[in-house]
Design a protein. Structure first.
Length: 280
C-alpha cells in the first residue's frame, strides 16, 4: 500500500518514539513509500549509526522531549525497549488527542498496559514485526482494541505494510503465538543454516564451503517458497524422490517422537509461554 503524500489524510504528525533497529527500519520504509519527512517527528535521545544518517539526510525533526508538539499526533508508534516503556510512555500519553492511535511494537506489553495511561476510549494497536523488516521483507501481527476506527486501522496497515506483510488478529492473546512463530522465527531459520553448515563440515566439507552452501540453500528455498505460492509440504514432496538421498535425510528429521516437528512445536510453545510471562 502506497504512502503517497496526502493518501493518509494525516490530521497530525506521526510520532516515532525510539529509532533503534526496528524503529529505524519502519522509518526507512515510510520514507521509501512516500511519507513526507515533514510528517514525522522522532523522539530518540541517543541517535547514532544509520538511523542518525537517515534522519539527518531527510531533515526529519527530532526532539528529546515532545512537550512542545503543536498539535496532537495522528499516530504515536512506540518502538522503545519493553523495559523502558514505563519510563517513556506516560509523557507520550499526554500528547495523544481523541483521534490519535497508539501503536506499540514492544514485546510483552499488553494493550491494557497502554490504556492505563490514556483517556477512556483511546485507540491502541499492539503489533509484532520481525527483523526482516530491515530489508522490507518482514511480517507483522497486529491486534487493535475496540476503539480503533476503520480509518485508523487502514492508517496502521499502511505504516506497518511499508516493511512487509501484515496479519490482523481479532484476539490480542494470539500476539504471543505470533511472537513465537514469526517474531522469534528468524532465529530458528538462522539456527537451521548454522546447523546445516556444521553438519556439512562433519560430512567432510571445509567450514567456508559448508556455510556458503547452507546459507544459500536456506535463503534460496525461502525465496522459492515465497515466489511459487505453493505450500511447503508440496515443495518438500517435490524435492523428495522415493528411496533417494533426500528421503533418507527426511526419515531422520521426520521421526515420530524426536523429529523436527516435535522440536519446533516445543520451541514455539516455550516462546509463547515466555511471552505471556514477560507480559505479566
Amino acid at each position: 500500500m502506497s504512502l503517497a503524500p496526502g493518501s493518509l489524510r494525516l490530521s497530525g504528525p506521526v510520532v516515532l518514539a525510539g529509532a533503534g533497529k526496528m524503529g529505524s527500519a519502519l522509518l526507512s520504509g515510510w520514507l521509501e513509500q512516500g511519507l513526507p519527512p515533514e510528517s514525522v517527528l522522532v523522539q530518540e535521545p541517543s541517535l547514532s549509526g544509520d538511523a542518525a544518517d537517515l534522519i539527518r539526510s531527510r531533515a526529519i525533526k527530532t526532539a528529546p522531549s515532545l512537550a512542545g508538539l503543536s498539535s496532537p499526533p495522528s499516530v504515536v508508534l512506540v518502538a522503545v525497549k519493553p523495559q523502558a516503556m514505563d519510563a517513556v510512555f506516560p509523557d507520550l500519553a499526554k500528547l495523544c488527542g481523541p483521534d490519535t492511535v497508539v501503536v506499540s511494537i514492544a514485546a510483552g506489553k499488553s494493550i491494557a498496559s497502554f490504556e492505563r495511561h490514556l483517556k477512556p476510549g483511546a485507540a491502541v494497536v499492539r503489533a509484532m514485526p520481525n527483523t526482516p523488516a530491515a530489508i522490507g521483507r518482514g511480517i507483522t501481527g497486529a491486534a487493535p482494541n475496540k476503539n480503533v476506527t476503520p480509518a485508523q486501522k487502514e492508517l496502521c496497515q499502511s505504516l506497518l505494510a511499508s516493511v512487509g506483510e501484515v496479519v490482523w488478529l481479532d484476539d490480542e492473546s494470539l500476539i504471543d503465538a505470533v511472537t513465537a512463530v514469526s517474531g522469534s522465527g528468524p532465529a530458528y531459520v538462522f539456527l537451521l543454516a548454522e546447523a546445516m553448515a556444521a553438519a556439512g563440515k562433519a560430512a567432510g566439507l571445509d567450514a567456508e564451503t559448508a556455510l556458503r552452501l547452507a546459507s544459500a540453500t536456506v535463503s534460496g528455498a525461502g525465496e522459492l517458497l515465497r515466489r511459487s505460492g505453493t505450500d511447503p509440504a508440496t515443495l518438500r514432496q517435490n524435492v523428495t524422490s522415493p528411496g533417494g538421498t533426500t528421503a533418507a535425510a527426511l526419515a531422520v528429521l521426520m521421526r515420530d517422537k524426536d523429529g523436527l516437528q516435535d522440536l519446533m512445536t516445543e520451541a514455539v510453545l516455550a516462546a509463547k509461554k515466555r511471552g505471556r510471562e514477560l507480559g505479566g
